[in-house]
Write a protein that binds this ligand. Structure first.
Ligand SMILES: Nc1ncnc2c1ncn2[C@@H]1O[C@H](COP(=O)(O)OP(=O)(O)OP(=O)(O)O)[C@@H](O)[C@H]1O
Ligand SMILES: [Mg+2]
Length: 256
């Protein structure tokens, strides 16, 4: 977290990264990144293409292993040698930029992946799965048609909504969304904004990577800027202008 932020919000830190470093061969994707996300806040991560945003998300969830530094959830170190399943156990849900849905499976199965309802402990309870899928989509006021539709037949925007619904359904205290509105139209982006506002209001820590500064300034409480693998700084949205953030993204502003 930037040294300019000294107020700790009531929710307390949910997720912290300290000095996180990651290289892919000769490419330095992250260099000593510090970051703190609080409960009951939406925290946006912004930065140009290749700044390291998705790498940061994947290190938190255990898809990538950091070369150094520490990740803490509720003050407890996760350790660097862990798997994506550990992240779920630690209360982290994620929507990846590339969505990670299974195209040949239908909407209801994708929503339940990793937690399929069973009958008698073994058989897939398809009716329950479909009912739960309809319920979660209805509660999010999302319309993507029949829950038996294979995800491969959906539009990019519909897939994105299904991926977000899947993460929301997991009901974890920390939710990371990597470019949740990238494929969405105006109305659907608005819907995603409403969904994350509700998660924040329910006390969850919402971390949202986005290129959409309008979306960021409408919904985020805090903004962290990454540039070339370094964290340039974190600002409260209420205390920063869009031009200042653009300056931090492009390098016109170098202050931490
Ligand atoms: N699996 C990988 N193997 C090799 N290099 C990678 C890998 N993943 C990311 N990189 C590199 O690390 C750097 C950061 O990439 P990352 O995907 O984190 O950027 P990003 O900020 O998410 O960009 P975008 O806005 O385009 O999604 C880039 O130079 C990228 O080429
Ligand atoms: Mg990315």
């Amino acid at each position: 977290m930037s040294s300019t932020m000294d107020s700790t919000p009531g929710g307390g830190p949910a997720l912290q990264l300290t000095g996180v470093t990651k290289s892919f061969g000769s490419v330095s994707a992250l260099e000593h990144v510090d970051f703190t996300a609080y409960r009951g806040e939406i925290h946006a991560i912004v930065g140009d293409n290749g700044a390291g945003k998705s790498t940061m998300v994947k290190i938190v969830t255990g898809i990538h292993r950091a070369d150094g530094g520490e990740i803490l959830v509720n003050g407890e170190s996760l350790g660097l040698r862990r798997t994506a399943a550990d992240a779920v156990d630690h209360g982290i849900a994620v929507v990846y930029q590339d969505l990670a849905l299974v195209e040949c499976l239908d909407i209801s199965t994708n929503l339940a992946l990793g937690n399929l309802p069973r009958k008698f402990g073994v058989l897939l309870d398809r009716r329950r799965m479909e009912r739960e899928a309809s319920d979660v989509l209805t509660s999010l006021k999302v319309r993507v048609g029949d829950v038996r539709t294979p995800v491969g037949l959906l539009s990019g925007g519909q897939r994105q909504i299904v991926a977000i619904a899947r993460a929301v359904r997991m009901d974890k205290p920390i939710i990371l969304l990597d470019e949740p509105t990238a494929a969405l139209g105006v109305q659907e982006s608005f819907k995603v904004g409403t969904i994350i506002d509700e998660l924040r209001d329910a006390g969850q820590a919402v971390i949202c990577v986005s290129h959409d500064l309008e979306f960021v300034f409408t919904h985020a409480d805090r903004i962290t800027v990454l540039r070339l693998g370094r964290s340039v700084g974190t600002r409260k949205t209420s205390e920063v202008t869009r031009d200042e953030i653009i300056g931090m993204i492009t390098g016109a502003v170098t202050a931490a």
